[in-house]
Each structure stands twice: as C-alpha cells, then as structure tokens.
Design a protein around this ligand. Structure first.
Ligand code: TXA
Ligand code: MG
Length: 334
C-alpha cells in the first residue's frame, strides 16, 4: 500500500517496516534500535541473519559529521568526515568500527557498521521526523534484483507499506568503502557504485584499494547475487555472434547500448526482440534493473547484453559488476 511521509513516520515509530525511496534503490526500512523491526526485515527478505544492514541517517547542519558519526562509531577516522562532507547526502556507504549502542542484529555480529546518508527529499523528511537511524537493505527478496520504482516493491511485497518517491535517480546500489581499518590497510572499496574508487582516492588524496573476491565481507560481494530467472549472457568482443552456439535458435532479448543494429544478421529464433539502453553509463544505471525485471517476466530463452561502450566513464565498471553477478546468478557463467 502506498503511504505518505507522515504515514511512514507513524508506522516506523510503531516498529513497522516501510519501503522508502533513495537515490540508489528502494530500501526496506525499520528502526535501527528496535530488534523486533530488524527481525521483520530479515524474515521479509528471506535474508540470512549474519548479513549486516546499512544504517541510514539524516543530513546534519553545517557538515558536523564527526559528532553524528560518533553516535554510531567509537572510532571515526578523519577520512570518514572528509568523505561525508564531500559525498553526503549521496550514494556512498562507509563501514566504520561500531559503537556499543549499535545492536548486533544490525551488524550481523560484526564489530563494524555500515552508514549512509541518502539523497532523497522524502526519505530525508522521514529521517528528520522520526529522529531515528533506519536500517534498510534493498527492498527485494534475497538474491533478487533491487527495486528502482515503487511498483517493483509492491509486486514483490504486496502487503508492505511503500512511500512512492518516483524512479531512483542513480539506479544501482551505493558504493561501499570500508574505513574500519583505514589506519592499517587504508580505504577499501567493497562494492562499486556511482562514486568510483578514483573519486574516493581523489578526495582522500591517498590510494584506495578494492577488496579481494576471495574474502567477501558483504553479500553484494558474493558472485551470484543479482539474479534474474532468465539466463543472461554478456557478449564478448572476441566471439563472433554468428558462430556463437549459445545463441542458435533461441528466443532472445538483445540489449544494445546507444544504437540498435537489427536482428536480421543474428542467429536468433522468432519472437526475439531488441531493447535499447542509452549510450551513457548514468542513463543505463537508471534503467537497468527495471529492464531486467521486465525482460525476466517475458519468457525469453536468453537475455543478451552486447559489449558496453568504452568512453572512459568509470560507472561502466559498476554496471559491468552488476551484470556479471546477474549472469552468474542466472546460472549462465560466461
Ligand atoms: O544503495 C544502497 O546501499 C541501498 C539503499 C537502500 O540504501 N541499500 C543496499 O542494502 O544495497 P543491501 O542490504 O541490499 O546491501 C548492503 C550491503 C550488503 O552487501 C551488506 O553486507 C553490506 O552492505 N554491509 C552492511 N554493513 C556492513 C558491514 N558492517 N561490513 C561489511 N559490509 C556491510
Ligand atoms: Mg541488496
């Protein structure tokens, strides 16, 4: 059911869940200090209880981030304040050593907590009016594609309360940077997003590494996480389409970037279609999850993505990352 900001504030104060809009994807929100609300999030999503949640916080006046962050973290490094000043509100989550008032249910028993200040007016209004930190994973069933529109949430959770804040402006999940060990190993990117590794290195004026896949600390880092049911294939420049046996006689949804090329010369079956995404990475990110959801309902044998444009935009890496996971999650490892 769609509700307004005041309805959301009321529901959250009573320990209920509300799906909220953010600039990245919709989140399934509950009071971060209420263990019953947190338990509801895990059961709604079907999410394993050791997977930590991100705490969403309100924007602060005059960039006084140090003080606000110290209510959530017992060790706020100067790098965290610098990044908050620069990127918040915005699509960046920081992992910090948690303070003792953060419930273990929020952090999956870990000694660290993920914090983010989302850039969406309605959700900022909700955060200000409740005065709460809101834990909010993406509002999808565990392992499924994240929602970028209120209707996506409603179709997966028909009984949930949803605040409709329109389509998400960014469209893919926030960048996650781990600052909990910044003094020893420096900043580490755990998940790519609209804010790139380079952006973070530039602002901190120090090198920022990315985590090794061998040691995932986040489900977002699990290979098969964003999974459509239809097999999904990412085309490889090296393979000639006409000789690709994986395509032969299949009913395919063929996704282009910027420009469609026609299916006439392709070895596809009747009923195949072309889909056009923009040529720019930002536009692609906005539409990607909607497209995956729509195509996944249409009984194609295969969803094929052609190679992405190479225009130097680092956001393509985040898109590539999501598509790789979707390909693996769909059962086709290419
Ligand atoms: O853009 C986003 O981040 C969205 C919107 C709703 O804010 N949220 C989101 O939440 O993507 P979720 O739960 O689907 O993904 C959050 C990721 C998970 O992979 C989780 O494991 C990781 O953040 N995470 C949260 N706390 C962590 C911690 N203390 N240490 C390491 N990873 C953490
Ligand atoms: Mg998620």
């Amino acid at each position: 059911m769609i509700i307004d900001v005041d309805g959301a504030v009321d529901a959250l104060k009573h320990g209920n869940l509300v799906a909220i809009p953010t600039e990245t994807v919709y989140g399934l929100a509950g009071d971060a200090s209420n263990p019953v609300a947190i338990a509801k999030i895990f059961s709604e999503k079907g999410r394993p209880s050791h997977h930590p949640l991100i705490v969403h916080i309100a924007q602060v006046e005059n960039h006084a981030w140090g003080q606000t962050l110290s209510t959530w973290s017992r060790d706020v490094p100067p790098e965290a304040v610098t990044l908050a000043k620069h990127f918040w509100p915005g699509p960046l989550t920081m992992i910090l050593v948690k303070s003792k008032n953060v419930l273990p249910q929020v952090t999956g028993g870990q000694d660290t907590v993920g914090i983010r200040c989302p850039d969406h007016a309605m959700t900022q209004d909700i955060l200000q009016k409740t005065g709460m930190g809101l834990v909010a994973p993406s509002a999808n069933k565990f392992g499924h594609v994240s929602p970028t529109m209120a209707t996506h949430v409603e179709s997966e959770f028909p009984h949930l309360l949803v605040v409709d804040g329109g389509p998400c402006a960014v469209g893919i999940e926030s960048t996650i940077v781990d600052l909990s060990r910044v003094d020893t190993i420096g900043p580490v990117i755990l998940r790519l997003g609209a804010i790139s590794q380079q952006d973070i290195s530039d602002v901190l004026q120090r090198e920022c590494s990315s985590h090794s896949v061998a040691a995932p600390r986040v489900p977002g880092a699990m290979a098969a996480h964003y999974a459509p049911k239809t097999p999904l294939l990412l085309m490889d420049k090296q393979v000639s389409i006409n000789q690709d046996a994986r395509l032969a006689n299949k009913k395919i949804a063929w996704v282009h970037f910027g420009q469609a090329s026609g299916l006439a010369h392709m070895p596809v079956a009747a009923g195949s279609v072309e889909e056009l995404l923009p040529a720019q990475a930002q536009g692609v990110a906005q539409l990607l999850y909607s497209l995956l959801r729509r195509l996944d309902q249409q009984n194609y044998d295969l969803i094929c993505f052609e190679c992405m444009p190479e225009d130097g935009d680092l956001m393509w890496q985040a898109i590539q990352d999501r598509l790789n996971r979707a390909a693996i999650g769909s059962g086709l490892i290419s």
